[in-house]
Ligand binder design. Structure first.
Ligand code: SF4
Length: 890
């Protein structure tokens, strides 16, 4: 028999801005396997837990497969006509500023390019913004005012070449895990390399740090201003670089002198000795890279934080040389690409400037556009305000979920619900945003899409399709092109493939450029379908006629993109105002967890990824927890001036006293009340428009429940009538946490609502009236289809053991009664919370290995395999070893 050779496709991970290369193998039986591409310069074969689990997320459950209009299935022609007609009519009646597009860093460059072209060059407004506004808008603004362009000067390689890496507001270990692994490996090879983490939380990233500065929220401007002043005092400036390549140094230094050491200590919350040690190390080390991410960007003073960091690198000339420079890492897979195509409301395509008349004229001429936007449009927060007050009458949301990610989430949801016309193109049929769409357009997903993305080091890579598009799903670029044609712009949107769009994007980047703009990929302007197919990852600039290079850096010899080609040091003095008060005494910080991505529409499908943290939670310092009478694993109500949520308490001294942390991922699809965005007020950075998602005044209180529950189910529960619930995938089905505020009179009715209703099922139940415990276990034949445990106190059933029961046979009554009892029998093991998602290894197992003598991550890996695949859990294993050895020493 002839053997079918599996197809291997080189593509790119769709999650974070590291942009790892992936080899996707579709077997003869249609099964998918993914592994890291050893040849990709971003990851050299590595993948993190999320990338490794991609194969588990491509099933069609929950996919939007057909266009819908007002809740009924429609054909593509009807849906596209409806979108085009409604947008055209709204523009005719109310002008171009009455419509808006809210797009996404998940789009590919080609999707992004055409949607921006349609809005800015043909509709004639800049009311297009992207969820990247929530991610790196402050970095863009900081780059542009310092360099005259949105340029990331260095490459990932610089993190390995540096002698000091300062990580500011970046939990690299969880948010950019492969970049973290590269850094950790470099440090292991050269232990003399120093790593400093500046973060209010002692995140897993801090576990490789030589120094952790638990800075007060938004204390960064004071810290880096103080550093600039110290560098001047210590005579560690590069006077030649300052004189030849910069302006504004004197003003920046004068601003930096605003605080003395006591003032810096007061604003940063750090002790003087720690600050002095950081300054000493920075001053003494030439090869310094300062990596920053959302902790810097998501702030009302984010742009000034970026300037304060860049000022230090410009003043020391530590920029654009191997192992040196400021380095912004982006959250999303294609946030960088969005910046290149002009996906933000205040930019034009190809890094041209919306406020520059010559750029606008050039843009219009290149596109042969009837109009060109004359001014910046509405940035994300203002856009949804305009939707709320009726200025925006038609809104198209692409590949993003603003109800769950925007600040003031309830207001955003109300605004979308009230908007006269909402189109959502997405891959998922039911999200907290999609549910309000008048027209739903099914988009192609990762594995089906064809185009390019750009990562945080300016490297463009191909995303290639290897799965058939299901149902009637279509690529985003095709959807936008079809709408543009129906709006009367067919001539300007002739595209038949993403290769044609990429070629135009490349030609635009080189159009009348002559080295005056940083973004230039003119070398690919003439690319054809075959060339696009074969396109290997490359870094920009890739100018026509120049030899392709790798690890391209900017600005070692100046050459900034300002009119005088000099960088600007920007004087910054701003501090974020204190937001806490008697009523809201704590600072809420929001962010990501290791194994989930955004609003879990993809990672939430993986049982492996859902094991790590299966519920929305709040990290609280034990001292604060004691103040508010909260114990570990209690339920906690977190309340801000905008709203309240209920999440699980996780007590940890990694958290700074006075601050708490809640992850951003949980939505109404996964929890009763876990949407942290509803707590966040719409406070923005006045320069970048980026919301301050990490500094919210809140209070906390124990959520008192009359009863608690835990269930494992083979099917997703349809209706959960509980005051608190959270669901997560598990092997064989779903696991559910529950709590009821008031006593429940009819427990069997609750059980019937939650347990799968299957004819001929056999239900066992147990009641202990004195202890107020109820248990139900439902079987079909030997198979457990659901078990529900209820008690007046938090249910003590080992979660991983209960999950395993879904996959095991329960032939005899004894086995069934053991399930009902909720207790592992002899030999049953409670692994504890899962740490290693790849091999399902729990915290208790790792602790056991440490007690048995495994005192290194490698030894734990040898004993349990934990940490030996993707490596994303290695920092947590290191911290468990550390904690147990400390305990043993006490
Ligand atoms: S670090 Fe992980 S999530 Fe980010 S691109 Fe690489 S594999 Fe994907």
């Amino acid at each position: 028999m002839e053997e079918t050779v599996p197809t291997i496709t080189k593509t790119t991970c769709p999650y974070c801005g590291v942009g790892c290369g992936i080899l996707a193998t579709v077997g003869a039986d249609g099964t998918l396997a993914v592994r890291g591409d050893p040849d990709h310069p971003a990851n050299f074969g590595r993948l993190c837990s999320k990338g490794s689990a991609l194969a588990e997320t491509v099933d069609l459950e929950g996919r939007l497969l057909f266009p819908e209009i007002d809740g009924r299935r429609a054909g593509w022609d009807e849906a596209l006509d409806r979108v085009a007609e409604t947008f055209s009519r709204t523009i005719a009646e109310h002008g171009p500023d009455s419509v808006a597009f809210y797009v996404s860093g998940q789009l590919l460059n080609e999707d992004y390019y055409v949607v921006n072209k349609l809005m800015k060059g043909f509709i004639g407004t800049a009311n297009i913004d992207t969820n990247s506004r929530l991610c790196m808008a402050s970095s863009v603004a900081g780059h542009r005012r310092a360099f005259g362009s949105d340029t990331v000067p260095g490459s990932y390689r610089d993190l390995e070449l540096a002698d000091l890496v300062v990580l500011v507001g970046s939990n690299l270990a969880w948010c950019h895990p492969v970049l973290y692994q590269r850094l950790a490996a470099a440090k292991a090879e050269r232990p003399e390399m120093k790593v400093i983490v500046v973060d209010p939380r002692r995140t897993m990233t801090a576990d490789i740090a030589d120094q952790h500065l638990a800075i007060a929220p938004d204390g960064d401007v004071a810290l880096f201003n103080g550093l600039l002043a110290h560098l001047a005092e210590a005579g560690e400036l590069d006077e030649n670089y300052i004189a030849e390549h910069t302006t504004g140094f004197a003003e920046a230094l004068a601003a930096a002198w605003r605080l003395d050491m006591d003032g810096i200590a007061a604003e940063t919350g750090l002790d003087r000795a720690s600050i002095a040690e950081f300054y000493r190390l920075f001053a003494a080390t030439e090869k310094v890279v300062t990596v920053y991410s959302q902790g810097v960007n998501q702030s009302s003073v984010g742009t000034d934080k970026v300037s304060a960091i860049i000022n230090c690198h410009l003043a020391t000339g530590r920029i654009g040389r191997p192992g040196m420079g400021p380095f912004s890492v982006t959250g999303q897979p294609n946030a960088m690409g969005g910046r290149e195509v002009g996906g933000l409301a205040n930019m034009l395509a190809a890094h041209m400037d919306i406020d520059n008349a010559a750029d606008r004229e050039r843009m219009q001429r290149f596109w042969r556009a009837p109009v060109i936007t004359s001014a910046p449009g509405l940035k994300a927060v203002d856009m949804f305000r305009a939707v709320a007050d009726g200025r925006i009458k038609a809104l198209w949301i692409m590949a993003t979920n603003p109800v769950d990610s925007m600040p003031d989430g309830d207001m955003v949801e109300t605004a979308i619900r009230a908007c006269p016309f909402v189109v959502v193109s997405d891959v998922v049929g039911e999200t907290d945003t999609v549910r309000h769409a008048h027209v739903k357009l099914p988009a192609a997903a990762w594995g089906e899409k064809d185009g390019t993305v750009t990562n945080s080091e300016r490297r463009m890579s191909r995303q290639r399709p290897f799965l058939p598009r299901p149902g009637e799903a279509k690529p985003d670029w095709w959807i936008v092109t079809e709408v543009a044609r129906r709006m009367g712009f067919a001539e300007a949107f002739p595209y038949a493939s993403p290769a044609e769009i990429f070629a135009e994007h490349a030609a635009l980047s080189a159009f009348e450029n002559h080295g005056t703009r940083d973004f230039d990929i003119g070398a690919h302007a003439g690319i054809d379908a075959a060339g696009f197919d074969a396109l290997a990852p490359f870094q920009w600039p890739a100018r026509a006629g120049e030899t392709p290079a790798d690890d391209i850096r900017f600005f070692a010899e100046g050459g900034f993109f300002t009119p005088d080609r000099k960088a600007r040091l920007v004087p910054v003095t701003t501090t974020a105002p204190a937001r806490t008060s008697e009523g809201f005494p704590l600072v809420l910080n929001t962010g990501r967890v290791r194994d989930q991505w955004h609003t879990m529409t993809r990672t939430g499908k993986s049982q492996r990824l859902s094991q790590h943290l299966a519920e929305p939670f709040v990290e609280i310092h034990p001292t604060d927890a004691a103040t508010y009478g909260i114990a570990d694993a209690d339920l906690v109500r977190v309340t801000s001036a905008r709203g309240a949520i209920v999440v699980r308490a996780l007590l940890t001294s990694r958290q700074r006293e006075g601050s708490i942390f809640v992850p951003m991922h949980w939505t109404d699809q996964f929890a009763a009340d876990g949407r942290v965005d509803r707590l966040v007020p719409p406070i923005i950075d006045s320069t970048s428009g980026q919301p301050a998602l990490k500094h919210v005044a809140v209070r906390i209180a124990r959520f008192t429940a009359a009863a608690y529950g835990f269930a494992v189910l083979t099917g997703k529960p349809k209706r959960i009538a509980a005051d608190y619930w959270a669901i997560a995938r598990c092997e064989g089905g779903w696991r559910v946490e529950l709590a009821f505020a008031n006593a429940v009179a009819d427990w069997p009715a609750v059980a019937d609502a939650i347990l799968p209703g299957v004819p001929d099922a056999d239900t066992l139940s147990f009641q202990d009236a004195v202890a107020a415990r109820r248990r139900f276990a439902r079987f079909v034949g030997e198979r457990l289809i659901g078990a529900l445990y209820l008690a007046a106190e938090p249910v003590a059933v080992p979660r991983d053991w209960a999950v395993e029961q879904l996959s095991q046979a329960h032939a005899d009554q004894r086995a069934r009664l053991a399930v009902l009892a909720g207790r592992p029998g002899k030999g049953g093991e409670d692994k504890g919370a899962i740490v290693c998602s790849c091999f399902g290894v729990g915290v208790r197992q790792i602790a056991g290995a440490v007690v048995a003598g495994c005192h290194t991550v490698e030894a734990v890996g040898d004993a349990l395999l934990a940490g030996t695949n993707c490596g994303s859990c290695r920092a947590e294993i290191r911290s468990i070893i550390h904690a147990h050895r400390l305990q043993a020493a006490e």
